[in-house]
Design a protein around this ligand. Structure first.
Ligand SMILES: CC(C)(COP(=O)(O)OP(=O)(O)OC[C@H]1O[C@@H](n2cnc3c(N)ncnc32)[C@H](O)[C@@H]1OP(=O)(O)O)[C@@H](O)C(=O)NCCC(=O)NCCS
Length: 158
């Protein structure tokens, strides 16, 4: 059993340690991190999953970005500890995050990831939206209302 709750400031180091475990070294060199530099995450949407012993098992964060003059959410990082993968926790985190985003009035979300996994949650390729290079365009996926939105993903407030 997992308990999902909003990530607090105190939990930041534990969540960072989880991401370090789950991603290859140098993850912060990815272009998506340049969109996060100096911009706080959308705190009310960031979710941590803990097991019965209160050990962090998974987490997801969201950042605000701009595309073609419109606001959007950048989903990620999302990760589940390697010993907990394949139990459905990634799906729980996705559902909780996307539900909270819709409840908070966000109309669209994008991420950079594998379409075969994220299509299960309604993500589709965004052909008119470009992430800063180097990003494989086929991995830029969107959820929600992307009609008439196109352009390069920019840092919030840029
Ligand atoms: C991606 C991740 C969050 C999924 O979490 P999870 O708890 O294992 O996911 P779920 O249990 O909800 O779903 C598991 C299913 O998704 C599939 N899946 C997981 N990652 C996938 C991927 N990258 N591409 C295609 N399918 C994937 C699994 O094969 C499994 O399929 P099955 O149900 O048919 O057996 C987790 O694998 C993870 O942390 N990976 C390392 C970090 C990462 O790559 N994060 C995403 C960055 S884009």
């Amino acid at each position: 059993m997992y308990t999902l709750s909003r990530e607090t400031l105190d939990e930041g180091p534990e969540v960072e340690a989880l991401f370090d475990t789950c991603f290859a070294p140098g993850r912060e060199a990815l272009s998506s991190y340049r969109l996060r530099d100096g911009v706080p995450p959308v705190a009310e949407l960031c979710v941590v999953a803990r097991d019965d012993l209160a050990i962090v098992a998974g987490a997801v964060r969201f950042w605000p970005v701009q595309v073609g003059g419109a606001g959007a959410l950048l989903l990620g990082p999302i990760a589940v500890h390697p010993t907990r993968q394949g139990e459905g926790l990634g799906g729980l985190l996705m559902d909780a995050g996307l539900r909270a985003a819709a409840g908070a009035g966000w109309r669209r979300t994008l991420l950079v990831g594998d379409a075969p996994y994220y299509s299960k949650f309604g993500f589709v390729p965004l052909t008119g939206v470009q992430m800063p290079p180097p990003t494989n365009p086929a991995r830029v996926l969107g959820h929600g209302d992307w009609a008439d939105i196109s352009g390069t993903v920019m840092r919030w407030g840029a």
